[in-house]
Write a protein that binds this ligand. Sequence first.
Ligand SMILES: *[C@@H]1O[C@H](CO)[C@@H](O)[C@H](O)[C@H]1NC(C)=O
Ligand SMILES: *[C@@H]1O[C@H](CO)[C@@H](O)[C@H](O)[C@H]1NC(C)=O
Length: 352
Amino acid sequence: MKMVGSPGCSPAGFLLPLLLLEVSTWYSAVSGFSVKGPVEPIMVLLGANATLPCQLSPEQSAADMHIRWYRTQFSPAVFVYQNGQEQGGEQMLEYHGRTELVRDSINRGGVALLIQHVRASDHGQYQCHFKDGQSSQEAIVELHVIGLGSVPHVHMMGPEDGGIRVLCSSDGWFPKPKVQWNDMLGVNLQSLSESQTQDEDGLFHVEASLVVMDSSLGNVTCSIQNPLSGQEKVSCIFLPEPFFPKMDPWKAALAGTVPVLMLLLIGISYTGWREHQAKEKEVKKKKRELNERDQMKNEKEMAQKATEKLKAELEQRKALYLEDWKKALLYPGSICIALFQTGGRNTSSVPM
Ligand SMILES: *[C@@H]1O[C@H](CO)[C@@H](O)[C@H](O)[C@H]1NC(C)=O
Ligand SMILES: *[C@@H]1O[C@H](CO)[C@@H](O)[C@H](O)[C@H]1NC(C)=O
C-alpha cells in the first residue's frame, strides 16, 4: 500500500498554506494600507457625544477614499463619506442628523465618527471601512454606552415573615446594573426578589426587595452599580428596633411578666407551707411568725403594684408602636436619607 493519495502527505498539502500566505501578503501589498481602531472600547455617558476614531497605517491621506461606517455588514450605513463629502442617502434613520465625520487629520489618514447625544441603542460594535480603488480595509470600534440611573429610593413596605420588607428602586440604568444589599458591616444580604425592566429608550428600571430579620443590623444599604464603569449609587435606610415584629413590644413585655408571676406563685405557696409548719411548732415563735406575716403582706402588695405598673407600661408601648407605624406609612422616605459612596470601588474613569 502506498500513501500517494493521502492529502496530508502530498506535496500539494504542504504548498497550499504557503500559497495562501503568499496571496494575502500580495493583497496587502496592493491595498498598501491597513486600518486601526482603538484597542479598548470607547465609553460614553448616555446623552454625551461619542467620538469613534480610525487610523490608516501607514499614514496617508484618506481624503479621496470611500469611507463607510456601519453596525453589521448587511444593515444600512451609520455614515458614508465619498467624493470628499457626506453621502446622506444610505444612512440609517436613527443616525440621521446626529453624526458627522471629524476630518481634522484626514490628510494623515485619521478620521473619527462623531455621534451626538448617545442613546442606549448606540451601544455595541461599529466598523470603519476604507476603500481606495480596488483595495479596501476595515477595523472594529466598540462603543460602550454608560447610563447612570437615579439615586436609589429605599423604603419600608411593612412587616413580613417575622421581619421587615424593604424595597429599593431606581430608574435610568444602562446596561443592566448590579444590585446589592449590605448591612452596616458590609456583609452581603440576599435579595428576596429582583426585577429589571427596560423602558422604550432601552434604559433599565430596577426593583429589589429584602426581608430584614435581624433588628441589630441597624442601617441597611442598597447599591446599584454600572457593570461597565463600576460607578454606583447608594442609599441607606435605618430600621428602628420597635419596627421588628420579632421584637413585638407586648410579646417582649409578656416574656418579662411571666417569670415575675411564676416567682410570685412560688413565693406564695412556699410561705403557705411555712405557715403550716409553723403552726405545728411551739408558740415561742409566734412573735417572729407575726413579723413574717407582715413582711409577706408587704411583699404581696409590692408584687401587685409591680404587675399593675407593667400592665400600664405595656399599654403605653403598644400605643407608641402603632403610632410609629402610622408615621412610617405617612412619611416613607424620611427615616434615613443618608447617601454615601463606598470607598475602594471604582467610581471614576468615565469621561463625563
Ligand atoms: C456635541 O457635538 C456637537 C456638534 O459637534 C456640539 O455642538 C456639542 O456642543 C457637543 N456636545 C457636547 C456635550 O460636547
Ligand atoms: C444610621 O444612619 C444614620 C444617618 O442616617 C446615622 O446617624 C446612624 O448613626 C446610623 N445608625 C447606626 C446604628 O449606625
